[in-house]
Design a protein around this ligand. Structure first.
Ligand code: GLN
Length: 537
């Protein structure tokens, strides 16, 4: 039977439930268990696809084309196992399912209520992955903080599910904060006590407390927390601030979180966790032999979470190259022809980020012109690729009005235009070209050399594409389509023949980079930037 672990959060948001869940999953996986993690989010959007990145950070896209919470990115990066739509459920989706069933007549004669109908639907979804038979353990992370009005039905569903499957088959880990009061020079346990008390009010006794802290928690404090929160002392787990999130599995191993979990779930320890390759990665990450600075040009740079997968991919690719990659976020809105040199010339490589809409677009185009003309390594992703096409059209091909119809619907040089299949779509939610598609790489191109094969699959999230009417003109001038979707000829990768490293993709390579499998496009971009830095000095 599948075992269930629920991870709740108390005291404050941003304690890192996603990282704790992913770290625990990593340890259990390293002991030989089949583990997955799912996230239940209390907001009413059906998925985060319609949210501005400022609201909720990056929107992570799965292989099957689900637009999901960025924590799923952490799950994949840690576990190296793909997630699906089933791994991320929101209140919106739960209500939508219930309301659809009501309209179908599934509850004929009954008053449809939060309890039992909404909670039943939550429980059904919580069990879905477990019932697939693919996993020994399912970790469910509950978004939000205990005590939020909107989290209540989820907490109630956990209480019921725990009762239904029995306490040997489901446990609750509560993530909480032990603040340090500088004035008193003390760590304080009261917020944790209150938070556990609140969970108790809802009928849930947490089995394990993971305590986020900036300072080590003494044995006395552990005892105090254990006594007042009614848990075993070995179930009080310290989670101290880490230098990198990739240290957290090892910190949790030291705290024996995996052992405590397995003992509560009455599961054997199996082998000691095999973390050799993980430690190897950490070793390379922490002992770089080179250092580069890359610019991340985007318009959501005030919120680092907006480009989470990109910055994590740089960490994987940096470790692979034994190089510290300093990512400098540059606001595309602030880049002008006058200041572009001052803003970019010290960089060893420039990545132009994905995005939507007109704001900041001209700054991206100016940045690309600068790196193209100065032979600085360039990497464009999605909108970043589209901007590279626009820039080349305007400045090399003389198509003065080159633009995307996303920004200028009636431009006479629509080098980026809306995909045919998108033209009839009116609904905004979940209707982009999403998820995994095949791409064929042309032999003899940089892309082919980078991947070392001809057929790849990559994940997508876009409505616009390269306009193939212009392809011959571009290729004759040296910007070639090195990756093409074989089914519909959509241009997936472009590169410049005469530039040391100028590669851009319509898809999102950052969504597939993991600790175990750093993405080749990031690895090679970092390598090209190292090379550029070496020559420059
Ligand atoms: N806005 C562009 C499109 O829809 C690019 C999308 C993206 O960067 N994810 O095609």
């Amino acid at each position: 039977m599948t075992k269930y672990i629920f991870v709740t959060g108390g005291v404050t948001s941003s304690l890192g439930k996603g990282i704790i869940s992913a770290s625990l999953a990593k340890l259990l996986q390293a002991r030989g268990y089949r583990v997955t993690i799912q996230k239940f989010d209390p907001y009413i959007n059906i998925d985060p696809g319609t949210l501005n990145p400022y609201e909720h950070g990056e929107c992570y896209v799965t292989e099957d084309g689900a637009e999901t919470d960025l924590d799923l990115g952490h799950y994949e990066r840690f576990l190296n196992v793909p997630t699906t739509q089933a791994n991320n459920i929101t209140t919106g989706r739960i209500y939508q399912n219930v309301i659809n069933k009501e309209r179908e007549g599934a509850y004929l004669g009954k008053t449809v209520q939060v309890v039992p109908h909404i909670t039943d639907e939550i429980k059904r979804n919580m069990r879905l992955l477990g019932e697939s038979g693919d996993y020994d353990i399912v970790i469910t992370e509950l978004g939000g903080t205990v005590g939020d009005i909107e989290s209540l039905p989820f907490i109630e569903a956990v209480r019921q599910l725990k009762w239904e499957v029995g306490s040997n088959n489901a446990i609750v880990i509560h993530l909480t904060l032990i603040p340090f009061l500088a004035a008193a020079g003390e760590l304080k346990t009261k917020p944790t006590q209150h938070s556990v008390k609140m969970l108790l009010e809802y009928g849930i006794q947490p089995d394990i407390l993971v305590c986020r802290t900036e300072h080590h928690i003494s044995q006395d404090i552990r005892k105090k927390i254990a006594l007042f929160c009614n848990v075993n002392i070995n179930a009080v787990i310290e989670s101290i601030d880490a230098k990198t999130i990739y240290d957290v599995p090892l910190l949790m191993l030291k705290e024996q979180l995996d052992r405590t979990v397995l003992s509560k779930l009455k599961l054997p320890l199996k082998n000691e966790p095999d973390l050799e390759s993980w430690k190897d990665f950490l070793g390379r990450l922490k002992n770089p032999t080179a250092e580069i600075r890359v610019g991340l040009v985007g318009k959501y740079v005030e919120l680092p979470d907006a480009y989470k997968s990109i910055t994590e991919s740089f960490i994987h690719a940096g470790a692979q190259n034994e190089c510290k990659v300093r990512v400098e976020c540059i606001h595309s809105e602030g880049i002008t022809e006058e200041n572009v040199k001052a803003k970019l010339s010290h960089l060893d490589g420039v990545l132009v980020a994905p995005g939507f809409g007109n704001r900041g677009i001209e700054g991206k185009i100016i940045a690309i012109q600068f790196v193209r003309e100065n032979n600085i390594p360039f990497f464009g992703i999605c909108l970043g690729m589209q901007c590279a096409v626009i820039e080349f059209g305007r400045n090399v091909l003389g198509l003065t009005h080159a633009h995307s119809t996303e920004m200028d619907e009636s431009t006479e040089h629509a080098v980026i235009s809306m995909m045919e299949e998108q033209k009839k779509i009116t609904l905004k939610g979940g209707t982009m070209r999403l998820g995994s598609y095949t791409c064929e790489l042309k032999k003899g191109t940089k892309a082919h050399a980078i991947y070392g094969k001809s057929k790849i699959t990559e994940r997508h999230r876009h409505r616009y594409e390269f306009n193939n009417d212009f392809l011959t003109q571009y290729e004759n001038a040296g910007m070639i389509a090195s990756g093409i979707n074989p089914e519909n000829n959509l241009v997936e990768i472009i590169e410049l023949k005469s530039h040391p490293y100028f590669v851009a993709a319509q898809f999102h390579p950052e969504l597939k980079s993991t600790v175990a499998n750093p993405h080749p496009l990031f690895v090679k971009f970092v390598a090209a930037s190292i090379e550029y830095a070496r020559k420059k000095n």
